[in-house]
Design a protein around this ligand. Structure first.
Ligand SMILES: C[S@@+](CC[C@H](N)C(=O)[O-])C[C@H]1O[C@@H](n2cnc3c(N)ncnc32)[C@H](O)[C@@H]1O
Length: 354
């Protein structure tokens, strides 16, 4: 046995379990407004923070000590004060910032709450359907991905695809598949007022939130349905789309190949399907040095895998990798598969024609 390797592993166990506990504490801070108040009134002592957030000073002091140890909070021991630096505010408090990251804590904590059900699924099969997940999970996903839709989608991703913005500006029918709480649909409707955007999601609470989020846009509509249902309900005279987007959702689906086929049927003859999937390698060893891919590998059984297996689905897991995406596209009958020139560390973008 290599003692150095053992030490390394023990160090990793400590880092990972520390991460699990501090995720819980960060979620508590997010929920109780501790980060927000620190950002607003800091430097402040623990009593001042407790008073401002109507919480118990003793808990708040212990929370501050832990969060400061992890580098999420600044501290002056001589003055016994605590505050957030500008970078900590951007990542932990400002939901509209391009680097907001606190939604991930919410997603992690609420996902880990399903551990007992997941143990049963490991033993007996099946899974936890999207509708059975904690009600905060869909909003947590929206918060995790918000920066994409507030800043990247129409600001960087779509403009990187040659010719697309000009077509959107002249007016396209757009389908936003798996739109969740509708933030992407709203961003598209706002950026391309001459295009007509349909957001599609079968999860009723998400579709209701998406209707609310897009309510001010006359060129946006939300359909509460699966792709298959949308394709089937319009069989007599199906609506076709010049652009179909599927962001971070095909791998979650029970029938990803069926979904890709339905998308193909719903595309106009010269339409473009922009398909994005989480980055990361299908080879787990290549993910060892990639912190985002590691998070995705770890969350997969808790979310992407289990929501699909709950429907007796394909259970692809979170990371398809380029090869996995190519195979699915081929199985769905696409004969072109292009890597789009979109620069994103988080999502890989593929372009497909019918
Ligand atoms: C991980 S979430 C991503 C949501 C959003 N695109 C984002 O990136 O934040 C996956 C979404 O796909 C939706 N979904 C699952 N199966 C679907 C299907 N068959 N047709 C359309 N949407 C589906 C889920 O309800 C969920 O909102």
């Amino acid at each position: 046995m290599d003692d150095e390797r053992v030490e390394e592993l023990l160090g990793q166990v400590r880092r990972d379990t520390g991460g699990a506990f501090v995720s819980g504490l960060a979620y508590i801070g997010d929920r109780l407004g501790l980060f927000a108040a620190l950002g607003e009134i800091g430097p402040v002592d623990s009593a001042g923070l407790a008073e401002a957030t109507r919480t118990q000073e003793r808990y708040v002091r212990e929370w501050l000590k832990a969060l400061a140890a992890f580098g999420y909070v600044e501290h002056d021991p001589a003055a016994a004060t605590w505050w957030l630096a500008a970078e900590q505010r951007a990542v932990l408090v400002d939901e509209t910032s391009p680097v907001f990251g606190a939604g991930t804590f919410q997603f992690a904590v609420r996902s880990l709450g399903h551990t007992d059900e997941l143990i049963e699924a490991f033993r007996h099969g099946g899974g936890i359907s999207y509708g059975q997940l904690h009600p905060e999970i869909a909003p947590a996903i929206d918060r995790m991905h918000r920066a994409w839709f507030d800043h990247q989608l129409t600001g960087a991703w779509l403009p990187a695809i040659p010719g697309l913005v000009a077509r959107l500006a002249s007016g396209l029918d757009v389908l936003d598949v798996g739109c969740g709480l509708g933030r992407s649909t709203a961003a598209l409707a706002e950026a391309y007022p001459t295009s007509r955007i349909v957001g599609l999601d079968p999860h009723a609470p998400s579709a209701a939130a998406a209707r609310e989020m897009t309510s001010t846009f006359a060129n946006a509509r939300i359909e509460e349905a699966t792709l298959d249902a949308l394709a089937a309900s319009e069989t007599s005279r199906p609506q076709h789309f010049g652009l179909i987007l599927a962001i971070d959702c095909i791998h979650d689906m029970a029938e990803p190949v069926g979904a890709l086929r339905a998308i193909r049927e719903l595309l106009e003859p010269d339409g473009l399907f922009v398909w994005s999937e989480p980055t990361g390698s299908a080879n787990p060893l290549k993910n060892r040095d990639d912190s985002l891919a590691r998070v995705r590998a770890a969350l997969s059984p808790y979310h992407c895998l289990t929501v699909s297996l709950a429907e007796d689905g394909a259970g692809l897991g979170t990371i398809l990798g380029e090869e996995g995406a190519r195979e699915l596209a081929l199985a769905a009958g696409y004969d072109s598969f292009e890597i789009l020139p979109v620069d994103s560390p988080a999502q890989a973008f593929y372009g497909l024609h019918r």
